[in-house]
Design a protein around this ligand. Structure first.
Ligand code: A3P
Length: 320
């Protein structure tokens, strides 16, 4: 039901009839809208997000390509930004009892999906929101306001493996799985959720260089390797820097511990509960490691993606 197509508006159906389409990773097809690939249900949400969302200067929007570690960063952001309101040492901290995707909802996938009209009156300031939409397709008010964008990027090889597992888990109930070879070829052609992957990453990367006070570009691997440094970078960017007193009290360590893969993947809320559409929350916690792609890639796959990465990212300053 995650990507169900039976609730689409007439406007969306009309658009779908003229957009280029290709094999879907979960549903039947993905469609190319404004240069990126998206399933029909999300497309309707993207259009509503573009047409209706009014950004506020204090908004913080997390942007990722799917499977880059969005869930993790949602929680790091929430813990960091709300550390005065909710002490990280609180035994019933909201992070421990709520699903990450409820705490920081997706705009086009949750708030504006299926023709919903979001009720922003329940949000406190700053509003923490998330999206997978490429930079050029963000609503104008996001681009024109002082809204801060936090972009999280992950090595394309691990992102691909994570996406392949995730989408196969979503479609398991159809007694069907996508072969790694077939999905790999689609990924290389740019046909992945919100792909081409390289366009998504490069657009935000360039924007983050041009406008460093608006967009912070983070890497999954750097957070794994140097979590303290990256968390402090994030706090400074969001203009809520961590003081020496806080650091001495163990606030940074505690945030990282609370948001660790081990802790989150064992919380009851993430192990036993499901979205209203039926997917288990635990789908968002698989291994959480760097380099799992090495367990799956053949030499041919490795060579092919190396070549594409070299070609797409050359001269950008980004290395994978
Ligand atoms: P793997 O499939 O490689 O394990 P997203 O949240 O964007 O859907 O990304 C999901 C990926 O992030 C999964 O990667 C998941 O295991 C990993 N992940 C989830 N929580 C994490 C955490 N606390 N630390 C590191 N990785 C995490």
């Amino acid at each position: 039901r995650y990507l169900q197509e039976d609730n689409l508006s007439e406007e969306c159906k009309k658009l779908l009839s003229i957009l280029p389409k290709d094999k879907g990773w979960v549903g039947s097809y993905v469609y190319n809208y404004q240069g990126f690939w998206t399933p029909p249900r999300f497309l309707q949400g993207v259009i509503a997000f573009q047409q209706q969302f009014q950004a506020e200067d204090s908004d913080i929007i997390l942007v990722t390509t799917p499977k880059s570690g969005t869930t993790w960063l949602k929680l790091l952001l929430f813990a960091l930004v709300n550390r005065v309101k909710h002490s990280i040492f609180e035994p019933n901290h909201p992070l421990l009892v709520n699903n990450p995707h409820f705490i920081v909802p997706f705009l086009e996938i949750t708030l504006y999906v299926d023709g919903r009209v979001p009720d922003f009156s329940t949000f406190t300031s700053p509003r923490l929101l998330a999206t997978h939409v490429p930079f050029a397709s963000l609503p104008k008010s996001v681009q024109d306001s002082k809204t801060k964008l936090v972009y999280l990027c992950r090595n394309p090889r691990d992102t691909f493996i994570s996406m392949w597992h995730f989408t196969n888990n979503l479609i398991l109930h159809h007694n069907d799985t996508n072969s790694i070879e077939e999905m790999f070829d689609l990924f290389c052609e740019g046909v992945s959720l919100y792909g081409p992957f390289w366009n998504h990453v490069l657009d935000y990367w360039k924007q983050s260089i041009e406008n460093p006070t608006k967009i912070l570009f983070l890497m999954y691997e750097e957070i794994k390797k140097n979590p303290k440094i990256q968390l402090k970078r994030l706090a400074e960017f969001l203009e809520c820097p961590i003081s020496i007193e806080e650091e001495n009290c163990g606030v940074v360590d505690e945030i990282l511990k609370m948001c660790s893969f081990e802790n989150l993947s064992n919380l009851e809320v993430n192990t036993n509960e499901k979205f209203s559409t039926g997917e288990a929350y635990n789908l968002f916690f698989r291994r959480g490691e760097i380099g799992d792609w090495k367990n799956y890639f053949t030499i041919e796959m490795s060579d092919k993606l190396n070549h594409i990465i070299e070609e797409k990212f050359q001269g950008s300053g980004l290395k994978f």
